[in-house]
Each structure stands twice: as C-alpha cells, then as structure tokens.
Design a protein around this ligand. Structure first.
Ligand code: ATP
Length: 257
C-alpha cells in the first residue's frame, strides 16, 4: 500500500503540492485527475524518487521512501511511465524490455564476462519473461523492430510493458492515453484491467485527462487543483461533484465529461 501524508512541494515561490494526503490500497486502480498545471506530474515524481517533497511523508508497505533515489524506489517495486515517451529508440522492442528486466538482475559484471552458468540461467529466464510480456502486451509482431519505428499506440504499450518488466507492485502511469484515439484508449484500459486480473497484489495510480479511461478502470479518484486535493470518491461521485466541475469549468481547456 502507498500512503502519502501531508506531502508538499514548493518550487521557489510556487506551491506545486500542498498537504496532499492520498492512499493507494493493494489491488486497486486509483485515478488522479486535475486541470493542467495542477501538480499531477510533480506528485508522481515525488513518489518515484525523481523529486522529493519539501515536507510530508511517503510510505510504501510501511517503509519511508520520500528521500530515496529512483533506483531504490524501483527496487522496492514501484515502476512508472512518462507523459512523453521515454523509450530507447534504436533498440528493438524486445531489447527495451530486457534492459528493464536487468534492473532486477543479480548477476555481477564478472559473471557476464565469464558467461557463468548463473548468468546464463538468468538470461534465459529474462528471455522467457520477455516473450511472455510481448505476448501479454500484444507486441510479438514488432518484437524485433526498433522502438522508434513503432506506431504511436504500440510505443505507449511498450512503455507500459517495460515498466511492468521490473515486476512492480505499484505502477504509476502518467497520462498513458495521451495522443491515442478512443479505440486505442479503450484497448489500453482493457490492458490495465487484464493486468489487475492476473496480478492480484498489483496497484495502479493513473494520471489521466480522458474520463472514459477513468470510468473504465478506476475504483476511486482523487482530484488535484492548484496543488491541493479538492475531492475524492468513485468516478461517478467525482463526475457529479460540483466543486470538481467548477475547477474544470474555470479553465478554458475543460475536458471533464
Ligand atoms: N522543476 C520545476 N521547477 C519549477 N516549477 C515547476 C517544476 N516542475 C513543475 N513546476 C510547476 O509546478 C506546477 C505543477 O506542474 P505539474 O507538471 O506537476 O502539473 P500537471 O498537473 O502534471 O500538469 P499537466 O496536466 O499540464 O501535465 C506548474 O505550475 C509547473 O509549472
């Protein structure tokens, strides 16, 4: 379980997060919505160790993580995707997955140079797991293609598969459907639901502007506005909440439906 308690992040004079308290229980999909500039990416950055809160605490399974660097947070079982795609473009789809798997590998550099039995076993295990991920994320047909040559929707799915290759217990998704059409968005929602069915302990925190995805996958939703949580509830409760509607209608680019 992830628990943020009174988390604040100030950038100079700008209060990007202000006393944010949220919980992501095991086995649940929690949505985070809010107008542009509300602080959503900052929130995912402080959870994943890319940034740190100015004050407040973050606990994952009871362990304090608010000062941890990103690689330690990943090792604890928290993985993320980015709003802008962060793939290794010249590497193949399969290689992108295997790089992520090696983050949890135990073989030393020496064992790889001498190609020891332990190193070979680990490599075979990673190859088998990469095949399973390619299958699960419907990327078999593009397994040997450079990531940069993939259609946009496939690149987004590969980002999610690569985060999943680290075997996370908490997946942080930063606008996973950005730039997708409604059919691709629906398919990505199905993908998240399938992951939840096959991995009962997995929890997901998803930032989204697309309310159809929020309704499709989320058990509960938090709404952030000017760095503050202004509402929390089921997707239906959030849709009907006048405070939330006002926060969005106050913006010219209101996208809440
Ligand atoms: N490193 C930084 N230095 C200074 N200000 C920052 C920094 N990162 C974010 N901010 C500011 O913090 C506020 C929150 O930004 P953030 O990117 O978290 O919002 P967001 O809700 O993710 O927005 P969007 O939906 O547009 O991605 C914004 O005003 C942004 O300009």
């Amino acid at each position: 379980m992830l628990k943020l308690q009174d988390v604040s992040r100030r950038f100079g004079g700008l209060q990007a997060l202000s006393d944010v308290t949220i919980t992501v229980p095991d086995g649940r999909v929690v949505g985070l919505i809010g107008p542009n500039g509300a602080g959503k990416t900052t929130l995912i950055n402080v959870i994943s160790g890319l940034d740190h809160p100015t004050s407040g605490t973050i606990h994952f399974d009871g362990m304090s993580i608010q000062k941890m660097p990103p690689h330690k947070v990943t090792r604890l079982g928290i993985a993320r995707t980015y709003q802008n795609i962060h793939l290794f473009g010249e590497m193949t789809t399969r290689e992108n997955l295997m790089v992520a798997q090696h983050k949890r590998g135990t073989s030393s550099i020496l064992s790889s140079i001498f190609y020891t039995p332990a190193f070979r076993r680990e490599t075979h295990q990673f190859e088998a797991e990469a095949d399973a991920l390619l299958d699960q994320f419907r990327l078999q047909d593009v397994a040997e293609a450079p990531a940069e040559s993939l259609p946009y929707g496939d690149q987004r799915r590969l980002e999610m598969a690569r985060a999943f290759a680290t075997e996370p217990r908490l997946l942080l998704l930063d606008e996973p459907t950005a730039g997708m059409n409604p059919t691709e968005t629906r398919a990505l929602g199905d993908q998240i639901l399938m992951l939840m069915q096959s991995h009962h302990d997995l929890s997901v925190l998803v930032i989204e502007h697309d309310m159809s995805l929020i309704h499709q996958v989320c058990d509960e939703v938090y709404v952030l506005n000017f760095g503050k949580i202004i509402a929390h509830g089921t997707p239906a409760e959030i849709r009907d909440n006048p405070i939330v509607v006002e926060a969005y209608l106050g913006k010219e680019d209101s996208e809440l439906i």
